[in-house]
Design a protein around this ligand. Structure first.
Ligand SMILES: Cc1cc2nc3c(=O)[nH]c(=O)nc-3n(C[C@H](O)[C@H](O)[C@H](O)COP(=O)(O)O)c2cc1C
Length: 210
């Protein structure tokens, strides 16, 4: 059976080029992002892996200038929040993920096995406090963040990931439930500055054989 490649287009950068080009960008052109482009980017992010395939990430796309101003205030007035035509709020919601875990069990599984798999996941996380569950989910959320930054660059858009914000204020502003975690805000648009050249550890500093 051929794989469904319908999300692919020929204009994308490959992973290596996207990673090399991507930089945090804090000044953006005001042009709105066509919804189709944002969907194409998020359609890649959707493919990110997560433990038990739980996929606890959720996204709010903020384009409204009033809401963006509110987000900027919650993010210590970082200029990229005001400057970007859209800000993606990446949050994780284990309460929702566990309540609907059947949705994430592979449809090819026989019904009995699928029910057992769902029960197993609920059981495992049932031993954790809601806080522990959400902290775990936020870790998974950073996998989606990595996909998002690369996918945006590959599609010709620049980003600015942020953890510098007050989560409680963001939750209130967007009407998100109190239990959710917010791993990051991501300003996204067409960059209007170069950003800083990469300054990274060489491989020998971070990798060793054992
Ligand atoms: C999870 C995460 C959170 C970050 N939070 C902020 C932030 O709040 N404000 C900011 O200006 N940059 C933030 N950054 C950007 C980093 O400073 C930047 O990625 C790093 O210095 C490397 O630069 P580069 O992204 O241009 O390659 C964040 C980056 C990541 C991955």
């Amino acid at each position: 059976m051929p794989r469904d490649m319908s999300y692919e287009t020929t204009a994308l950068l490959d992973v290596k080029e996207a990673a090399a080009r991507r930089r945090s960008i804090r000044d953006f052109a005001p042009d709105a992002i066509p919804e189709g482009d944002l969907d194409a980017i998020l359609d890649v992010v959707r493919l990110a892996p997560s433990a038990f395939n739980v996929q606890p990430w959720r996204f709010v796309v903020v384009r409204d200038p009033g809401l963006k101003a509110g987000l900027a205030e919650a993010a210590f007035n970082q200029r990229q929040v005001r400057s970007a035509p859209a800000v993606l709020v990446l949050y994780t919601d284990m309460r929702d993920a566990l309540a609907t875990v059947e949705e994430t069990v592979h449809p090819g599984m026989p019904a009995e096995k699928a029910a057992a798999a769902a029960a197993h996941v609920r059981n495992l996380f049932g031993r954790q406090s809601p806080e522990q569950q959400e902290t775990w989910a936020a870790g998974q959320g950073y996998i989606a963040l990595g996909y998002l930054l690369l996918a945006a660059e590959a599609h010709g858009y620049q980003t600015s990931p942020m953890t510098g914000f007050e989560p409680a204020r963001v939750r209130t502003l967007l009407g998100l439930p109190e239990h959710v975690q917010i791993p990051a805000l991501v300003a996204i648009g067409r960059g209007a500055e170069e950003g800083f050249a990469h300054h990274r550890h060489p491989l020998g500093r971070i990798v060793r054989a054992a």
